[in-house]
Design a protein around this ligand. Structure first.
Ligand code: HEC
Length: 149
């Protein structure tokens, strides 16, 4: 009887260790996928979305609307209409109005509805803006570091 319960507790300890390991690994997996602890996407995620869908027309070479979407500082600088991101206020951000195709603004990407961003992609961008439109984390920035001069 005693041996049996001993075996069981050893099994439970192993099980607990597994759970603990999972608890340690899961946040790492989430961090790797570009989400911060609050669940909002980081700039790297947003930037790859822009790369796939926008920089064809919004690269530093002849950017449409004077808006360059290739780096964080250029995104925050805005375009010919001024700032297109209002940190903390996705609802007041021109870029959001455009990707949502709201009335009175030109829908982005322009052209057929089919090419519009998906609702979950729009949500990623909105969440990132609402979380403060934070700069890239951990050296993924295309910003020059002050020491690199
Ligand atoms: C096929 C080319 C093309 C693509 C792709 C495209 N845009 Fe544009 N974008 C334009 C043009 C052209 C303008 C200028 C529109 C105007 O002045 O009416 C513009 C203007 C803008 C502006 C306004 C800039 C300002 O200051 O007035 C924003 C914001 C914008 N685009 C965001 C995006 C985003 C985000 C994407 C990707 C989801 C995207 N665009 C994809 C062509 C494009």
């Amino acid at each position: 009887m005693e041996g049996g319960s001993h075996g069981l507790s050893e099994y439970s300890i192993g099980f607990m260790k597994r759970i603990l390991q999972l608890g340690i690994l899961l946040p790492v997996v989430f961090a790797g996928s570009g989400y911060d602890q609050a669940g909002a996407a980081d700039y790297a995620t947003i930037s790859s979305l822009f790369e796939n869908r926008c920089t064809r027309c919004h690269s530093a070479k002849e950017p449409d609307g004077e808006l360059v979407l290739e780096s964080y500082p250029r995104l925050m600088k805005g375009g010919e209409s001024g700032k297109v991101i209002a940190p903390g206020k996705s609802d007041k951000s021109l870029l959001v109005h455009m990707i949502e195709g709201r009335k009175g603004v030109r829908a982005m990407p322009p052209g057929r509805n089919r090419s519009r961003l998906k609702p979950d992609e729009i949500k990623l961008i909105r969440d990132w803006i609402d979380a403060g439109a934070k700069p890239p984390m951990g050296g993924k920035s295309k910003l020059q570091s002050p020491n690199s001069k």
